[in-house]
Ligand binder design. Structure first.
Ligand code: ADP
Ligand code: TRP
Length: 326
């Protein structure tokens, strides 16, 4: 079984990224051949600062390794070290129905947030489909917001198989990938209660310093229920985040205190901060170790690029032959 996912180097990683994508990705490395990449080609659709792109790419590699990605078990590489994906994206775009992509939520959301409409932003899901199909991926661990992109990938794979699959032994060029979305952490809320996202400015970063993390947690937006009154845990961002990092007993205790009244949101926030800080402590420690080993990240990425290229080249041979480019 092959597992694949990507993450854009468009800013620091936050706890939504961690629970939605990185933690499941790390867990899956025991179940098959895992490939994880830093989606720098994708980030070009929004990042205009070359130095920032380079630095963020390294930082995402560092953070992912610190969060438990094991390069002995999984392949970590940079998107742009496998430029064949852009060739596959072009081949896919030749059969991609316009209407399918015009319905993409993420494109519409990005325009609604004021981003300039570029061809790259529009055809982003085609490149993402190429990312997935070029490694014959079976499983794609992602947050819920990426579900539609995986569906589009499957639609494109079916279209390619129908159009060009006849000459293949099993009648198909591509496997159909399955998304793997964690029900419990479908969408991690940000400090304003909306989906946590770097682009909404409501993020709590995994590796921010203590002062900054505390500040972010203390600024979680709450309603104006008085200290003495009972509070609703189900709709509380504090409680939702606490449930990700605390033990069963601690969660039960906080739920009870919410329902009972008598504890203010400020106290709940303090507890949340302490748990969050503690939860990520081993990862901060690992991050320091990696930082002290100067060539570690470069070595990992070089090995990753080699393996990813081997796999991508095999699939591209098949694709080029099937469509008539060889
Ligand atoms: P952002 O919205 O901050 O730019 P990305 O789009 O780079 O995040 O997401 C990287 C990965 O993290 C994706 O798999 C995405 O689904 C997941 N993810 C991002 N934000 C959240 C969230 N708030 N809850 C759950 N998963 C998330
Ligand atoms: N689009 C994903 C995001 O914004 C990143 C990504 C690019 C990806 N290519 C992928 C995720 C392939 C999974 C598989 O988060």
């Amino acid at each position: 079984m092959r597992i694949l996912s990507g993450i854009q180097p468009s800013g620091a990683l936050h706890i939504g990224n961690y629970f939605g994508m990185m933690r499941p990705a790390v867990a899956l490395q025991a179940e098959g051949e895992a490939l994880y990449f830093i989606a720098d080609y994708h980030a070009l659709t929004t990042v205009r600062d070359p130095q920032a792109l380079r630095e963020n790419s390294r930082r995402v590699a560092l953070d992912f390794l610190a969060c438990g990605l094991d390069p002995e078990r999984a392949t970590l590489f940079r998107h742009s070290d496998v430029p064949q994906v852009t060739e596959l994206a072009w081949i896919l775009s030749a059969v991609a129905p316009m209407g399918l992509f015009e319905r993409a939520h993420s494109y519409k959301d990005k325009l609604a947030r004021g981003m300039a409409a570029t061809v790259g932003l529009f055809s982003y899901p085609i490149l993402m489909a190429a990312d997935i199909l070029i490694y014959d991926s079976d499983i794609v661990p992602v947050g819920k917001d990426q579900k539609q992109h995986i569906e589009m990938t499957r639609d494109l794979a079916v279209k390619m198989n129908e159009t060009f699959g006849q000459s293949e032994p099993d009648g198909r060029i591509f496997k159909l990938p399955e998304p793997r979305i964690q029900a419990a952490t479908e969408t991690v809320p940000g400090i304003d209660g909306q989906k946590m996202s770097k682009s909404y400015g409501n993020n709590i970063d995994i590796f921010s310093d203590e002062k900054e993390m505390r500040k972010r947690v203390m600024s979680i937006v709450t309603d104006s229920t008085p200290v003495d009154a009972p509070k609703d845990p189900a709709n509380s961002t504090i409680f939702k985040l606490y449930s990700l990092v605390a033990s069963k007993e601690e969660i039960a205790d906080m739920r009870e205190r919410f329902l009972k009244g008598g504890t203010g949101y400020g106290d709940f926030k303090k507890r949340l901060f302490e748990k969050l800080w503690e939860y990520f402590a081993p990862m901060r420690k690992r991050r320091e170790e990696i930082l002290n080993d100067k060539s570690y990240i470069d070595d990992v990425l070089a090995r990753g690029a080699k393996r990813a290229n081997e796999l991508a080249n095999q699939v591209m041979e098949r694709v080029r032959a099937a469509v008539g480019l060889r």
